[in-house]
Design a protein around this ligand. Sequence first.
Ligand SMILES: [Zn+2]
Length: 107
Amino acid sequence: MLKLTLAPNAVTGQHWVNLLSIAGIPCELHNRYLNGALGEIPADQCAPELWLVDERDEALARKIIEAAISGPPAGSLPWRCAKCGETLEAQFTQCWQCGASRSLDEQ
Ligand SMILES: [Zn+2]
């Protein structure tokens, strides 16, 4: 087991677990306060820890998490080029067919 990173909150942590699972990387979400006395700590301050079952997956797992943090939000919709009408995936900022930049109006 290898502790990969801390998630900012449980929802994000669960999202990362889902992404890694899709990539075939076994992982678990641990709460660092779960094993101790929970006491007066509010639930939203218990940052979940993302653990890899197999530490050999670390490099790939870090790439996936980085992409999840810096990439477009999950569920981004494809967009249509205003100039030529080509449909493009959300991660592209420019039309591959005519070179037009993605207009903010099209988002
Ligand atoms: Zn175009």
